[in-house]
Write a protein that binds this ligand. Structure first.
Ligand SMILES: Nc1nc2c(ncn2[C@@H]2O[C@H](COP(=O)(O)OP(=O)(O)OP(=O)(O)O)[C@@H](O)[C@H]2O)c(=O)[nH]1
Length: 95
């Protein structure tokens, strides 16, 4: 089982003088939820927004690959045993 990556995104970084949520609140929440934190400004730099999504997607793909590799590594012999059991029956007598 793998966790989906989560990122808390604070938009309108350029309007920091009119801030309504304190920086510590955001940081606290990310620690509590163990997620990423990114401050962006859609008005100033839309590439930052694209970057957040790119990073999240990359992390999902990496996690998925790692999960599959682990499953193959640890599930290999078990799958082989299952295959043998299916082919010859579970309660076969040893010779
Ligand atoms: N200065 C600034 N304005 C922004 C930014 N992002 C969005 N806005 C403006 O905020 C207003 C609301 O944007 P929407 O995309 O409608 O967002 P919303 O979630 O529906 O509304 P809000 O809760 O007000 O953000 C629009 O006038 C946007 O142009 C930003 O990063 N900086």
């Amino acid at each position: 089982m793998w966790r989906l990556p989560v990122c808390l995104v604070g938009n309108k970084r350029d309007l920091c003088y009119a801030r309504q949520v304190r920086e510590e609140e955001g940081q606290g929440l990310t620690q509590e939820r163990r997620c990423h934190f990114k401050k962006v400004s859609a008005a100033e730099c839309f590439e930052d927004i694209a970057g957040v999504f790119t990073k999240l997607i990359r992390r999902v793909v990496e996690n998925n690959l790692k999960y599959r590799a682990d499953r193959c590594r640890y599930g290999g012999p078990k799958s082989m045993a299952k295959l043998i059991n299916n082919m010859f029956g579970k309660r076969r007598k040893s010779v």
